[in-house]
Write a protein that binds this ligand. Structure first.
Ligand code: P53
Length: 478
């Protein structure tokens, strides 16, 4: 049996993608609240504040804020041992720069965690998952401003203190490395509230905001350990391995350089100092950063306890220009892997890549790992229901079977220390990238479409019963 009896089988979501209640009980406006609905190839727009008449899918999302008790019960029915969600920063500090937290917001998460613990579901909590207070963007320029470190640390400290007896597993910033994709405005905005001015150098801004976040994260880790040594604090990386298309040595070097962009964050979070390739790049590109001696000490003192990561797909790079698609915007869609297929949103499906990710992360860092997102977005409607009243999402089941198979190999044959597996969007929710409801990941169907119509009723899909069996047999029966 590859998995220990306390392996954390569960599911994952993020506050802004399912809660709704965007302006209830004192909640402030977050960056997610000013993003419109988009679609595949149609970016979400970022508006100046909340504008009347726009469709903001996160405002209501799937109304988890009012329905969480029934939803948590369904997770318990599936046998979840863990549930990953995030705390909306704006429920606790509506504007981000207050000195006192909002009690109504704190109370909501107390109730939610109690509900989970009632069923022995372990909360796995991200502090900032694409949802910083919009006020911090308008007033301070987001993470371009050093003041954000103190605002975040205050928020983190309040959460650690308040929930120390309920939450053992924490992560600081969701997919902190997503913003390395500087070609896409969405990434800088959702990660760090960055709106680039024309005269700004995108790389300079990227590394400055990343530095402030890495320092803030390290300070939070240290504080958590002081409050309670039982709390484990991890980082959270979007881990998308980049393969060389061929064994041409130039392709190999290019793939390693591409991986630097992704590894940069984990390297600092885990090792507590900047890697040599980053220092060289800053020097060569004349990037000057505000980094103090105290910051460097903080980075050293606040290394993470584990790595949480998302895994969806792999990408390919090559120096052979004839193989690079020029009409495609997304970097990870420019070169096709001839061995793999893509889903309707162009995401390349690669189960073996999950084993590869586990091997590489485990060898590079030698810390425990937790898969806190994995899954496939599919188009499904109630019209797909079979006579048994269920959507037969066989494509999703096949995706998970193949991925869990590889995860087993990584644990059994490669000796990877893996704490848990939490598939993304265990209940249908709003897509982060496109804002669609119809990019569905769930074991549970939610009746709502991209325009916001629907009853919001919940219904198990076929995969619900399949995953329940997987958990009940601790991954033996796939
Ligand atoms: P969606 C890519 C693009 C945007 C967000 O994504 C992403 C990724 C994957 O690396 O991040 C995570 O909803 C994220 C979740 C998100 C999930 O992937 O665009 O942590 O918030 O929903 C899936 O299909």
């Amino acid at each position: 049996m590859p998995f220990s009896k306390d392996f954390l089988w569960g599911g994952a979501v993020a506050a802004h993608q399912l809660e709704g209640g965007w302006n209830e009980d004192g909640k402030g406006v977050s960056v997610a609240d000013v993003m419109t609905v988009g679609g595949y190839g149609k970016p979400r727009r970022i508006t100046r504040g909340v504008v009347a008449g726009e469709n903001y899918p996160n405002h209501e999302a799937i109304d988890f804020y009012h329905r969480y008790k029934k939803d948590v019960k369904m997770f318990a029915d599936m046998g979840f041992k863990a549930f990953r969600t995030s705390i909306a920063w704006t429920r606790i500090f509506p504007n981000g720069d207050e000195t006192q937290p909002n009690e109504a917001g704190l109370k909501f998460y107390d109730d939610l965690f109690d509900e989970m613990l009632k069923y022995n579901i372990e909360p796995v909590i991200t502090l900032s998952h694409f949802e910083m207070p919009y006020n911090l963007v308008v007033k301070y320029g987001g993470w371009k401003n050093r003041k954000l470190i103190d605002f975040f640390v205050r928020f983190a400290k309040v959460c650690f203190k308040r929930y120390q007896h309920k939450v053992k597993y924490w992560m600081t910033f969701n997919e902190i490395n997503n913003q390395a994709n500087i070609e896409n405005d969405f990434c800088g905005f959702t990660n760090s509230g960055v709106v680039l001015r024309k005269e700004e150098n995108p790389l300079q801004v990227l590394y400055q905001v990343s530095h402030y976040e890495l320092v803030a994260s390290a300070k939070a880790v240290k504080i958590a350990h002081e409050i309670s040594p039982d709390m484990k604090v991890g980082c959270m990386l979007a881990y998308q391995p980049v393969y060389p298309l061929t064994c041409n040595p130039d392709d190999i070097i290019l793939s390693v350089q591409e991986m630097h962009k992704r590894n940069f964050y984990g390297d600092v979070h885990v090792r507590g100092h900047y890697p040599a390739y980053a220092l060289a790049q800053w020097k060569n590109k004349n990037i000057q950063l505000d980094i103090t001696k105290e910051d460097l000490v903080a980075l050293k003192e606040g290394t993470v306890d584990y790595i949480g990561f998302s895994y969806y797909q792999t990408a390919v790079v090559t120096t052979d220009e004839s193989k690079i698609k020029t009409d495609v915007k997304e970097a990870d869609e420019k070169v096709d892997n001839p061995y793999l297929k893509r889903n309707d949103w162009g995401w390349q499906i690669d189960p073996v890549g999950l084993r590869y990710a586990l091997m590489v992360l485990s060898e590079r860092y030698e810390v425990p790992l937790m898969i806190v997102e994995n899954g496939i977005g599919l188009h499904e409607t109630e019209a797909d229901e079979q006579s048994d009243g269920m959507i037969h999402d066989d494509g999703r089941i096949a995706y998970f079977q193949a991925h869990i198979e590889q995860m087993k190999k990584a644990v059994e044959e490669d000796g990877v220390d893996l704490w848990g597996y939490m598939p993304w969007g265990c209940i249908d929710l709003v897509s982060a990238g496109t804002g669609e409801m119809e990019k569905r990941y769930g074991f549970i169907y939610v009746d709502k479409d991209n325009q916001g119509n629907g009853t919001l009723n919940r219904k198990p899909k076929k995969s619900f019963y399949w995953y329940k069996k997987v958990i009940a047999t601790n991954g033996e029966d796939l």
